[in-house]
Ligand binder design. Structure first.
Ligand code: SAH
Ligand code: SF4
Length: 452
């Protein structure tokens, strides 16, 4: 570490550029990468052109994500030619996929560092070897521990990300995550609580707990604690702040958890509960561990216990074996539940997963047409849901500020997760503001600040 820090002190410039291509967990990993780089004396750069080390933290969940990264890595070649001292690193989920690290090394010989999802704490060593040993690094061992105490350089703002579990044991048949992030493991509750105390003391007003399946939090810990109990502990911490969490697996969403959310003060009345499909046959092939009816039961219980709860979901269309009949079952589920937020994806085969070997006869065009129908339906539902919010008073936490055409607009979320924009000054960022909803656009609700 000393060696790199000393060298950086002597250089005219030692800037870094770290970019996340993936989910919130990937963003949280970037915060740790930046923390380490800052400890080594690097400063945040404003662009790839003005940086001395560039790290791309990749996503491997769908083909579209990997294609985008490949294009962007390729574009770095000309920077390396201009500045041979530039260090280029690629890490994250894509790197851990079967054969990908070798492929990257072959296709992009100018990349210096290729490292896996669980090896971030080795970054000082990697940089030392690249800088002083003039060698390339390619390490992708899936080491299944948790390394605490890494420095974190958070994105400035209102929302603090706190991972509570790493990895995944569910092996949904389409999903690459268990192969690229390793076995599920939970952080100790005290470590999580201390991190949240710290964030609140620093002025963060919203905490997002992260895990591939937060609902199975606590499995394997020596102290007996489940996710509902962890939430109750967080809820009783002092200070005014909100808590959200991502993602909940329906098979592990217990009534105890729903009751805890219902009775809490700080836990947002919002849940992202990916259903993936409305067909029992497809759910079975996906290895999701619940049926359509069980999911509907869960949603009924949620709506009954938490009035006004906001529900989000993910859906994959065009899974192998899905035909028009199965797709219509998904469409009818969406119509019945009326999600507030829906993320929809066309199935993307991932090498090494079980679904990648399943026969898949449906043409791509048909899958895209299904996606279009689903999106259209969801737009109608969202418009209807948004219209229902009109006239309500919400407590909004502004996160962003824009000035357009002489208007100062704040954008933030209310407790149950709806995006709300309203006129107001920049100084309100990070303050809880009462806003009356007066309209809606496709993107967000539109409100007016309540005068006291
Ligand atoms: N752990 C979370 C999210 C995992 S990835 C969960 O279980 O909900 C986020 C979403 O990407 C998934 O919910 C799923 O809808 C989608 N996804 C994952 N693998 C996919 C694939 N191979 N093709 C298309 N979508 C996929
Ligand atoms: Fe992937 Fe399923 Fe794990 Fe989510 S729960 S990360 S979809 S295997």
């Amino acid at each position: 570490m000393e060696a790199i820090r000393n060298r950086n002190e002597q250089r005219a410039r030692a800037n870094y550029f770290v970019h996340s291509y993936g989910c919130k967990q990937n963003v949280a990993d970037c915060e740790r990468i930046r923390g380490i780089l800052e400890l080594l004396g690097f400063k945040q750069g404003t662009s790839t052109e003005k940086s001395d080390i560039i790290i791309y933290n990749t996503c491997g969940v769908r083909r579209t994500a990997t294609d985008r990264v490949l294009g962007n890595i390729g574009a770095l070649k000309k920077l390396k030619i201009k500045n041979p001292e530039l260090i280029i690193g690629v890490c994250g989920c894509m790197v851990e996929q079967e054969g990908v690290a070798d492929y990257l090394a072959r296709r992009f010989p100018f990349v210096d560092l290729i490292f896996g999802t669980n090896l971030i704490h080795h970054l000082p060593r990697f940089l030392y070897e690249v800088s002083f040993g003039a060698r390339k690094i390619r390490e992708t061992k899936l080491d299944d521990g948790i390394v605490e105490g890494l420095p974190i350089s958070r994105e400035a703002g209102v929302v603090g990300l706190v991972p509570i579990t790493y990895g995944c044991d569910n092996f949904c048949s389409y999903c690459v995550v268990p192969y690229v992030r390793g076995r599920e493991r939970s952080r100790e509750p005290e470590v999580i609580l201390n991190e949240i105390r710290d964030l609140v003391a620093q002025g963060y007003k919203e905490i997002t707990l992260l895990g591939q399946n937060v609902n199975s939090y606590g499995k394997g810990l020596a102290c007996k604690v489940n996710f509902a109990e962890l939430l109750a502990k967080i809820d009783s911490l002092p200070g005014r702040f909100r808590v959200r969490f991502l993602t909940s697996h329906p098979k592990d969403c217990s009534k105890e958890l729903i009751d805890t959310i219902a009775g809490s003060e700080k836990i947002c009345k919002q849940i992202h509960l990916p259903v993936q499909s409305g067909s029992d046959d497809v759910l079975r092939l996906m290895n999701r561990g619940y049926t359509r009816e069980q999911y509907l039961d869960l949603v009924r219980y949620l709506k009954e216990k938490i009035p006004g709860v906001s529900l989000g979901s993910d859906i994959i269309v065009g899974f192998p074996g899905e035909g028009e009949r199965e797709f219509l079952q998904t469409l009818s589920l969406v119509k019945e539940i009326k999600f507030n937020l829906l993320f929809t994806f066309v199935y993307s085969p991932r090498k090494g997963t079980r679904a990648a070997d399943m026969p898949d006869a449906t043409p791509k065009e048909e899958k895209k047409a299904w996606l279009g129908r689903l999106l259209k339906e969801q737009e109608l539902i969202s418009d209807e849901q948004n219209a229902k919010q009109c006239g309500k008073v919400k407590v909004v936490l502004p996160e962003r500020f824009t000035e357009t055409a002489g208007k100062s607009v704040l954008l933030g979320k209310c407790g149950n997760g709806f995006l709300v924009e309203f006129e107001g000054e920049r100084g309100l960022i990070g303050e809880f503001v009462e806003v009356k909803i007066v309209g809606a656009t496709r993107r967000s609700l539109v409100g007016e600040r309540m005068t006291k």
